[in-house]
Design a protein around this ligand. Structure first.
Ligand code: NAD
Ligand code: IPM
Ligand code: MN
Length: 363
């Protein structure tokens, strides 16, 4: 099959981790006789420096002409004093809005062998497998008015949702649950916020279209605790933009590292794929970054856009096998390095590639 992928690697560890994801995808294409083409464009801080804007028109045009966009990460400390609309992060929000995907799928699952790295006990995390569905185009990120009025010393943002925006992302969550353990947990703050009351009422209405799926509601504060106490209790978790941002980073504790989490954004013109982590300026350029989140993001491209389920599964299996063999990037070796072989970003990418190859050749 043919697949045109735009890689917008961005800043910090973005180029390091997307490089490994692309190498794995190239391997899969070669072995299966598929024609994957990759183009590259700038976004974020690197685009501000070279093009004067965090999302150059050429990048967006190329994205709209592709089957999938793989984004690394944006952001850097040197941009921290800029206002939100001038920062690298603005480029990310602009490309999300322009591509139109509203449902950001962030799976978090505990590979058994990783629990030694998590501060949570293995009996709490083993078998945890959660699909976060984060609404990506509404809420505080995009609501108006928004302003910092320096004269009066006030600032405000607006958490706004329409009924239709809630209903469409809820439907994605229920449909996913139908193919999983048939449970949806909707997270809101309906005890305080009108927008959350609209959210809860709408999700409850949509639930009636899916009688085979159980719906429960949780307040976001309680949910952030339950997630650590009983992660196995959750199947699909649907929530608004900011709550989903926060809860999915929290879920990294279950998986062992933020560097493990992939994501896919669907429902728009072109699907957008990004690891959940950021540009990690503290480790950028040192070969310390965990590329597995980006590599697993590549597996999501194969499953959701390319519909190459066997190849997608081979990547996930390869990641599990490499971890079983004791290979770790430094973030996964913390606290208990015994018996582990610690690898650089590139070495870890190469191990996964080798393993994917042996899985697909012997399939
Ligand atoms: P971050 O996700 O970049 O890093 C948080 C911590 O996790 C750091 O200690 C980092 O070293 C570690 N980490 C993250 N990814 C890792 C990986 N693959 N391997 C090993 N360790 C990893 O979050 P932050 O430090 O709060 O933000 C840094 C910059 O990234 C900011 O400018 C922020 O806005 C941006 N950001 C961008 C995205 C994105 O582009 N999708 C996402 C989150 C944050
Ligand atoms: C993420 C990031 C982004 C978000 C930022 C960088 C705009 O934290 O993808 O999780 O908040 O959505
Ligand atoms: Mn985030």
């Amino acid at each position: 099959m043919k697949l045109k992928i735009l890689v917008v690697a961005g800043d910090g560890i973005g180029p390091e981790v997307t490089g490994e994801a692309v190498a794995v995808l190239r391997e899969v294409a070669e072995l299966g006789g598929h024609e994957f083409t990759f183009s590259e464009r700038r976004i974020g801080g690197v685009a501000i420096v070279q093009d004067g804007t965090p999302l150059p028109a050429d990048t967006l045009n190329e994205a709209l002409a592709s089957d999938a966009v793989l984004l690394g990460a944006v952001g850097g400390n040197e941009f921290n004093s800029l206002p939100p609309d001038k920062r690298p992060e603005a480029g990310l929000l602009q490309i999300r809005a322009a591509l139109g995907g509203f449902a950001n799928l962030r799976p978090a699952f505990a590979f058994k062998e990783l629990t030694v790295n998590s501060p949570l006990k293995p009996e709490i995390t083993d078998g945890a497998d959660i699909m976060f569905v984060r609404e990506l185009l509404g809420g505080l990120y995009f609501g108006k008015p928004r302003e910092w009025n320096r004269a009066t010393g006030e600032a405000w943002n607006t958490m706004r949702y329409t009924r239709d925006e809630v209903a469409r992302v809820a439907r994605v969550a229920f449909q996913l649950a139908q193919g999983r353990r048939k449970k949806v947990t909707s997270v809101d703050k309906a005890n305080v916020l009108e927008v959350s009351q609209l959210w809860r009422a709408t999700v409850t209405e949509v639930a009636s279209e899916f009688p085979d799926v159980t719906l429960e509601h949780q307040y976001v504060d309680a949910m952030s605790m339950h997630l650590m106490n009983q992660p196995r209790n959750y199947d699909v978790v649907v929530t608004e933009n900011l709550f989903g941002d926060i809860l999915s980073d929290e879920a990294a504790v279950i998986t062992g590292s933020l560097g493990m989490l992939p994501s896919a954004t669907v429902g728009g013109k072109v699907d957008l794929y990004e690891p959940v982590h950021g540009s990690a300026p503290d480790i950028a350029g040192k070969g310390l970054a965990n590329p597995l989140g980006a590599i697993l993001t590549g597996a999501m491209i194969l499953r959701l856009t390319a519909k190459l389920e066997a190849e997608s599964e081979a990547i996930r299996t390869a990641v599990r096998k490499v971890l079983e063999q004791g290979y770790r990037t430094p973030d996964l070796a913390r606290g208990n390095a015994q018996g582990f072989q610690v690898l650089s970003t590139r070495e870890m990418g190469a191990k996964v590639r080798e393993t994917v190859k042996s899985l697909l050749v012997n399939a």
